[in-house]
Design a protein around this ligand. Structure first.
Ligand code: FEO
Length: 392
């Protein structure tokens, strides 16, 4: 990266699921760790626990481990702190710099009284050679303990999870990878992880930009390092943090006997006919990746949610997605619901109520069709779709 800053992380090509089983990582990921070797030698973050021994062994083989003066633990989630127990077992005296909340979460994870050094925004670590690390707390980007570290001289912002993406690559830098793949993973990461904290994202970015610090690189903890026009991703985050939407409608549904699917297909056709410039996306939730579906919700100005009534409720893929939608706290989006039913038909009202409680502007009471939709029902669905397009 520079004469004194090196990447010492792990590329995880095989990672298919992250956060337990919650987040799909079709393109793997990386756990980025950095070593700064000035007069002082400092490690910034580590790797996920399965790669802990390999990571610490590598530090030893490279002659880094014994010379470390400190480790900066910017965030306690175990994909970055997972090698601390092995590292500190071999270097028990090593100071661990973290935020006040970092101690709480590191102790909560590992139950160890390591040599913690608490830092807050503006505190500095003197690296020698006229350079220092300046710490910037970044609470809820995306945990209470999260913080950034800014290296003066080399002008590198170590941003931990912020500005990262789940993309396995040996290329290291943003300008060396496929740009469409890169931005697909960036927006998915923002949509699925950072959306609930958008107000704080905006405020923190504005605070950091107001410092007018030179930034040659943004060194994240996942995926590529931003060295080519690094502020491009900061400006994207600013855009995404402000009730982001495109001229796009996403239809999310599940179906038992193809009735609700027929409604979904008809609605997609109707919205496209009524508003040809609008991109219409439709996903069957029991078959499509839910994190990619949620990314489409993030990009949309409006969504339509569909489920037949089953018993007194919804199909589980739709119910689960509604729970995720609630947790992500999307703002500034419109919605409606649809579905087939045989007798009581509660599903549409359940979806409408849940969408309203989740912060969507629900435009009407939704559309229901009894049993398998016939020609008249599909015609009514088509008219409903055109009317929906006019309301959003
Ligand atoms: Fe990449 Fe919040 O951990």
């Amino acid at each position: 990266m520079t004469q004194t800053v090196s990447w010492v992380g792990k590329v995880d090509w095989d990672l298919l699921r992250f956060h337990g089983d919650e987040y799909s990582t079709h393109k793997g990921s990386t756990y980025n760790s950095y070593v700064v070797e000035e007069e002082k030698t400092v490690l910034i973050d580590t790797v996920w626990k399965p790669y802990s021994k390999e990571f610490v062994d590598n530090l030893e083989t490279e002659g880094i481990l014994g010379g470390l003066d400190a480790v900066i633990a910017q965030h306690a989630e175990s994909d970055h702190s997972g090698a601390l127990p092995d590292l500190l077992a071999r270097r028990p005296d090593l100071p661990v710099y973290c935020s006040t909340n970092g101690i709480k979460s590191l102790k909560g994870h590992y139950h160890k009284d390591w040599n913690f050094k608490v830092v807050k925004t503006g505190d500095e670590y003197d690296l020698g050679n006229g350079k220092k690390l300046v710490f910037i707390e970044a609470p809820m980007l995306h945990w209470p303990d999260s913080m950034f570290s800014y290296m003066t001289g080399d002008a590198i912002l170590f941003s931990n999870d912020a500005f990262g993406q789940h993309l396995a690559t040996e290329k290291l830098y943003n300008d060396l990878v496929d740009q469409d793949e890169l931005y697909d993973e960036c927006i998915k990461y923002y949509a699925n992880i950072l959306t609930p904290f958008s107000t704080l994202v905006k405020a923190k970015i504005e605070q950091v930009l107001s410092l007018k610090l030179p930034v040659n690189m943004i060194a994240t903890s996942h995926g590529v390092i931003w060295r080519d026009n690094p502020t491009q991703i900061v400006l994207k985050y600013l855009e995404w943090s402000q009730d982001y939407k495109e001229d796009r409608v996403t239809i999310l549904y599940d179906t038992m006997w193809e009735g609700t699917r027929a409604l979904a297909d008809t609605l997609a056709l109707a919205i496209n006919d009524a508003s040809p410039a609008t991109t219409v996306i439709s996903h069957c939730l029991s078959k499509f990746d839910k994190n990619d579906a949620l990314t489409d919700v993030f990009r949309s100005k409006a969504i339509l949610l569909g489920s037949p009534t089953v018993g007194k409720g919804l199909l589980t893929a739709v119910a689960g997605t509604l729970e995720e939608i609630k947790g992500l706290a999307f703002k500034g989006k419109k919605a409606a619901a649809f579905g087939t039913y045989g007798w009581s038909g509660e599903a549409v009202k359940i979806m409408v109520d849940s969408l309203a409680k989740s912060g969507f502007e629900v435009v009407d009471e939704g559309f229901r069709a009894m049993w398998n939709p016939d020609e008249d029902a599909l015609k009514a669905a088509y008219e409903y779709g055109r009317a929906f397009a006019a309301k959003i």
